[in-house]
Design a protein around this ligand. Structure first.
Ligand SMILES: *Cc1c(COP(=O)(O)O)cnc(C)c1O
Length: 373
């Protein structure tokens, strides 16, 4: 691990760069807003930890009313349990004995559930849970239009749920029905239509399950782009948003109901960088490139300086066109970048430097960073 880029009490200007910064006031407002919207709609929030990868943030979300956490990787679950989280849903299939052994060991310390879309995997997980003397929660994943994992039809979901309910050491806990693609559909109408299809499939599936005497404690799905729709559906009872705590440029680019930028949540995550070179008047070069954020969703934005645009990024540099900014930039000046995609940006940092009113007040270790297994 790298040493933190700053210390408690440091002003922003004293933080070494590049550094991953969280504006804690904006971050708190995002968490409070999600908690309030979910409470109004009568659904639970199980935020997705693949975004923040940080037990301290998970505990803040739980303190605000979240029922637990979602993860995608066993390594993320391990980091959260080590940090004090006691209720985790792996919202993903888990394949291979090494991973299932680790998950079963974790179930000795915490409530653990995972997803299935194959009968063979149900049998393997049941056997391993038995060997470890634990009970694993099990959800059936239904493909509701994402075309990734998940059984294709409600009838298959019912049959798999029956197999889970009959398997020793597994407890059937419900349905996982996440429409991941819809999260970033550009228009509100496209998102609404996609979630309407998902809701129809979930409803059909729940009817088949109850006819078979199988009750779903969890009906989960919904991310930052569509959670209001799942929450209002009357069929989903847990929403799983992740990116809302930080936001990123990918989410800021989708459109809301009025056709304007998606401003439901505030940007709270930034990469603080410094100008390291300004060789000609119209160009400044920052010290933060691909070692500080990813660009598969586009180039980062400059926060708070409308005239500055990132025109190119390489491993260690970002090039800024400063021609439109009369104040221009000189070597040593600080520039805050908004990451294009929050999850992969977080994945390459060891700490969040949390600031309030320009002063470092918290340093949060990102203990699940790099947890690719
Ligand atoms: C990524 C993910 C989410 C959260 O998505 P955001 O867009 O970050 O809010 C929720 N559920 C599942 C299963 C996911 O994979």
């Amino acid at each position: 691990m790298q040493a933190p880029a700053g210390a408690i009490g440091d002003p922003l200007d004293a933080i070494d760069t590049p550094a991953l910064i969280v504006d804690l006031d904006a971050f708190d407002r995002n968490i409070a807003k999600m908690a309030a919207l979910a409470a109004q709609a009568g659904v639970k929030v199980r935020p997705h930890a693949k975004t923040h990868k940080c037990p301290a943030i998970a505990l803040k979300q739980i303190a605000a009313g979240a029922v637990g956490q979602c993860v995608q990787k066993v390594g993320e679950a391990e980091a959260l349990v080590a940090g004090g989280v006691t209720d985790i849903l792996v919202s993903n299939e888990v394949v291979g004995e090494p991973k299932l052994h680790r998950l079963a060991a974790l179930a000795r310390e915490a409530t653990i559930a995972l997803c299935f879309d194959s009968a063979g995997q149900v049998d393997i997980a049941s056997r391993i849970a038995g060997e470890f003397g634990v009970e694993l929660g099990a959800l059936v994943e239904l493909d509701v239009g994402m075309a990734r994992c998940g059984v294709a039809t409600p009838a298959e979901a019912r049959d798999l749920a029956r197999r889970i309910a009959d398997a020793p050491n597994l407890t059937f806990r419900g349905l996982q029905a996440y429409q991941g693609r819809a999260q970033h559909f550009a228009t509100y109408g496209e998102r609404r239509d996609a979630i309407a299809v998902a809701v129809g499939q979930v409803r059909e599936c729940l009817d088949l399950l109850s006819a078979a005497g199988l009750e779903s404690e969890i009906v989960g799905g919904g991310g930052t782009g569509t959670f209001r729709m799942e929450a209002a559906s009357g069929v989903y009872n847990e929403i799983q948003p992740g990116s809302y705590v930080f936001m990123d440029t990918e989410y800021a680019r989708i459109l809301d109901e009025r056709g304007e930028g998606y401003h439901e949540f505030e940007h709270s995550l930034f990469v603080l960088s410094s100008v390291m070179s300004a060789p000609v008047r119209e160009r400044a070069v920052l010290d933060a490139g691909l070692k500080s954020y990813s660009t598969e969703k586009g180039l980062p934005w400059v926060a708070g300086r409308a005239g500055l645009t990132v025109t190119g990024v390489s491993d260690e540099h970002a090039v800024l066109d400063v021609a439109a900014d009369a104040a221009s930039l000189k070597i040593g000046d600080r520039v805050m970048l908004v990451p294009p995609h929050c999850d992969p940006a977080v994945n390459i940092h060891d700490h969040y430097i949390g600031i309030r009113n320009g002063i470092v007040t918290e340093i949060l270790p990102i203990t699940a960073r790099g947890a690719s297994r």
